[in-house]
Design a protein around this ligand. Sequence first.
Ligand SMILES: *Cc1c(COP(=O)(O)O)cnc(C)c1O
Length: 378
Amino acid sequence: MKFATELIHGGDPIDPQHGSVSHPIYHTSTFAQQSMDHFGRYDYARSGNPTREALEEAVAGLEKGATGLAFASGMAAIASTILLFAPGDHLVVCEDVYGGTFRLLSTLFKGWGLEATFVDATDTAALAAAIRPETKALYLETPSNPLIKITDLAAAVALAAEHGILTIVDNTFMTPYLQRPLELGCDIVLHSGTKFLNGHSDVICGFAVAREPELGKRLRFIQNAFGAVLGPQDCWLVLRGLKTLKVRMEEHQASAQKIALWLKEQKQVERVYYPGLPDHPGYEVHKRQSSGPGAVLSFELSSFELTTRLLEGVKLAAFAVSLGGVESILSYPAKMSHAAMPPAEREARGIKDTLVRLSVGLEDPDDLIADMARFLDI
Ligand SMILES: *Cc1c(COP(=O)(O)O)cnc(C)c1O
């Protein structure tokens, strides 16, 4: 099946009892068992729920993994996955990793005894240099956030294989429609499903998908033991959101490309970060490992005053945290996604106080451009 067909008919969405084409929502905490010798497929809903399972299978299928698991948030998926490791272990992490992941690793897990080294993952040699005998995984995001840096996944997988360590990729920005890291040999894909997968800015959720059943089994054990599962109502909303993933991504992306090209022409815009622009340093690598540039771009403005005016003045994009919704969202990384990062650390990573991130929604791009032009076309 091609991707669009799999979105609609993948998994097993038909309710065998009544044929409902929309998956039933099993709002239950437990399942009655037939007898002492006959336990059914489900027992307690933290361990398994049919609505959650339908969603988990759908996401695993789209990412081409053996096992998919749904969590109460992207951070729950990430934290649960990191529980694969133990105190004394070490991870090599891309330096402009999502701010919440940076916070998790540099506070909670650091206190627990798990070490992380943050490196510029666009440089495979820098990744290699950071690997120690106790390193257990590479943790990557490509495109990264908010500087939209591109990491060569095939090169990272080759490096990880050389050292017998895992490759973990947060694929939130791309979705499996545009990029499937497991097909490139990565071991685990993570998602904040809150973003494009659900796509409608109405659910907080996360996913972990393992390429191999063995690793999937270990993650499933953690999901049940740690317990940060997604509730059935939210699972149903994501199942519904997923069906339009392809059409949404196509529209989002076409608009983002148009807006990126327009931004590049504006005198007040100093720099545009978008992997759909041929002068992006990661353009070729990104093109090789994905089928499109996606819908998130960042740009730097000429002054802090203009940055404030734009963020507070634009009407058609919400000034908010988050991305990947049907509505455009403008965010300010220095005080939002990367607020958890100390200012010196943030500056060192090139996240300036004139940097704005735009998640392009499904509005007409001409309206978005006209709205921003009120501030930029001067
Ligand atoms: C939002 C986000 C997360 C965290 O997900 P939540 O659903 O907010 O917990 C992780 N990684 C990336 C890339 C994100 O954009």
